[in-house]
Design a protein around this ligand. Structure first.
Ligand SMILES: C[S@@+](CC[C@H](N)C(=O)[O-])C[C@H]1O[C@@H](n2cnc3c(N)ncnc32)[C@H](O)[C@@H]1O
Length: 273
């Protein structure tokens, strides 16, 4: 078949097929022997995160462009039996509204327990592998109850009030309790720059979400600080990466002690020490 006939055929056939079936047809070697997905559940678990976001109509793709970033960071856990907490279930006080992202996460993480926390009662979202809690993201009691009843959290996504003071308090409580190797995401960080939403126009204001994020980036390099009397904080020792995207920050937890060559390089500074 000539290239032009082939591309004509491709253009005519693709609209007749679902994206998943189309991907399967285009990649038969990658899935040799596997039948095309048949049940709706099989089709969902086969979708990538952006397709799931579109299916469940969450704004994590569309108004925002978060899902490709999440896909990259969360891919290693797709088949792991981890615990995922999303703060902010959605729908605010509107009855029967919310839960879109919790459903998306359930189908992305095929074996995870998905937990949601909202200031409003969202218990109508409860389902197999989805559990909701009502309470404020700044209430340590409800945060601790979630951990006690769920187990250690590997992923936390803060999509709650989006107020800097709340985001900072929640992070201060949950990050030290996050699993080693876990991920902490903060959405809609644009509010950090908006006084009307608890942020500040002053880029050096120390109380905002982005001030916290910037301090984490500094702390990540604490081993390079020349002040030898500096005492590293918990986050200095446990934040191993800070990924900043447009309105989304993804923080990785691990052991941040790689060592430094600063004494060997800055010999004259440390000559007497
Ligand atoms: C942006 S929506 C969450 C959307 C949801 N994560 C999604 O992607 O489908 C924010 C939610 O946070 C809740 N919320 C507001 N303040 C909160 C607080 N202090 N603690 C917990 N949830 C809060 C609201 O009721 C609302 O449902």
């Amino acid at each position: 078949m000539s290239p032009s006939v082939k591309s004509f055929a491709v253009a005519r056939v693709k609209p007749l097929l679902s994206d998943t079936a189309w991907a399967w047809l285009r990649d038969p070697l990658g899935r040799r022997g596997a039948p095309p997905p048949s049940s709706p559940a099989a089709r969902l678990s086969d979708m990538d995160l952006t397709q799931l976001a579109q299916h469940f109509k969450t704004d994590k793709w569309g108004s925002h462009r978060y899902t490709p970033h999440y896909e990259r960071h969360f891919a290693p856990w797709r088949d792991e039996a981890i615990n995922v907490l999303e703060i902010g279930i959605g729908g605010y006080a509107r009855e029967g509204r919310g839960g879109k992202s919790l459903r998306m996460w359930k189908h992305f993480f095929r074996h995870a327990q998905i937990v949601g926390l909202d200031i409003q009662d969202k218990s109508f979202v409860d389902a197999p592998r989805i559990r909701t809690y009502q309470g404020s993201q700044t209430d340590p009691e409800v945060l601790q109850r979630i951990i006690d009843e769920t187990g250690e959290l590997t992923i936390v996504i803060d999509d709650g009030s989006h107020r800097s003071d709340h985001i900072r308090d929640t992070f201060a409580y949950l990050f030290p309790r996050l699993a080693h190797g876990g991920i902490y995401a903060i959405e809609d960080t644009q509010t950090s720059y908006w006084p009307e939403r608890g942020g500040s126009e002053d880029l050096d204001d120390p109380t905002t979400t982005m001030a916290l994020v910037k301090s984490l980036v500094d702390g990540l390099h604490h081993e390079e600080f020349v002040d030898e009397s500096y005492e590293p904080t918990y986050t200095d020792l446990h934040v191993v990466a800070v990924h900043c995207y447009h309105n989304l920050v993804i923080i990785e937890k691990g052991d941040n002690r790689e060592g430094t060559r600063r004494r060997a390089i800055l010999k004259s500074r440390y000559a007497d020490g």
